[in-house]
Design a protein around this ligand. Sequence first.
Ligand code: 13P
Ligand code: SF4
Length: 453
Amino acid sequence: MSITFVPTPAVPAIDASVDHAIQAIVTGASTDATCSTDLAAGPWDFDIRPGYGPGSSMGDVIPTGAPRQGELPSAYREADEEELHERIRAAKAALGDRVVILGHFYQREEVVRHADYVGDSFQLATAAKGRPDAEAIVFCGVHFMAETADLLSGPEQAVILPNLAAGCSMADMADIDQVEECWEQLSEVLGDLDAVDEEGRVPVIPVTYMNSSAAIKGFVGRHGGIVCTSSNAQTVLEWAFARGRRVLFFPDQHLGRNTAKAMGVPLEQMPMWNPRRALGGSSAEELVESRVILWHGFCSVHRRFTVGQIDQARAEHPGVRVIVHPECPMEVVDAADEAGSTDYIRRAIDNATEPTTFAIGTEINLVRRLAAQYPQHEIFCLDPVVCPCSTMYRIHPGYLAWTLEELVAGRTPNRITVSADVADPARVALERMLAAKPPVVDAPQTPVAASAR
Ligand code: 13P
Ligand code: SF4
């Protein structure tokens, strides 16, 4: 893999900070709306709640001895933005090449400004490989991304999630017990799931979206299945259909439905699997006739986008180009001009040679950053309400400052480690994906505000 650095752009005139936007709403300085005024406060509340993190799912058993998010010391909770910025900058300088900071596209601006790489989840997991010298990989994303980085990085490298409560609510919607139970019920309906038919295909191939726990990736690896991302889902489904008569797709029903529909699979052959109902809420006949069984999961951020928002954008901005993420509901994807992964959206804007108006259906931190980075275009989020991914948002700069200062003091906080029994089959599932078609990983970006460091 070659990593190309994008030249550092000038400091943007447009303020990309979602936190500033939310603070302005809460203080009345802005008339915009936010989905939760709680976002204006620090996410410390979650530190002392039991049960969440370091497991990616609420239902996961937390391994004995695994790190739990302790209460963030008050010095970090009480520091203002400028003080935290200075502390992060100083600790990072003290650590030098021993640390690499990765920032997901959806991460807050106040954290992303300190990242060495900004990218999508897969780009970042592989970017860590390009820094084998770094002892600590500080992953400013969510739990499943840090787990994937641990799977793909060297055994001596510590992958750190600055706030262990930064999970992904979609990944939480499929836990390993539910998936094992589903598999067992499917075997009752479809027979021996290892039996190969005259065309060399098994009854069902499990496919998991990258947004799932390592335990689920391990399950998939053990059962002849594969991982996909939003940028290679169609290739992965083709791989699966060559080996199986149907696919069990989890956790995101929308990515599964949108991708299979684009490949010509009829909606009637995509029954839903709701883990709280017998046979997932479908009949045995529907499961037998199915081509893709869709797990009942969704992203609470992308579920907010509607056809009405697209209609309004078209009415108010004639000629607008509407691009949405494939985690959006099918009607929204159908009404948009294009659908694609986070990196697809970034590239589409980067490749636009004429000034263009873009209405984007994805997380607000990325949309505002793109608006700041590409002032020659008008770029806005389809959702008029400021509503970031609330779990990603838990990586407040206070946690980054704490993490880096702990490293300077010789301690390694919040290390994410996937146990070998899970890691080995999970890597098999990831390697199958890479062999089917590697996602494009040519341009992890330097952060937009790098020049402000
Ligand atoms: P990427 O795989 O594009 O990073 O997206 C992750 C995600 O969480 C989308 O909601
Ligand atoms: Fe998970 Fe949705 Fe947040 Fe992505 S945007 S990390 S899918 S909750």
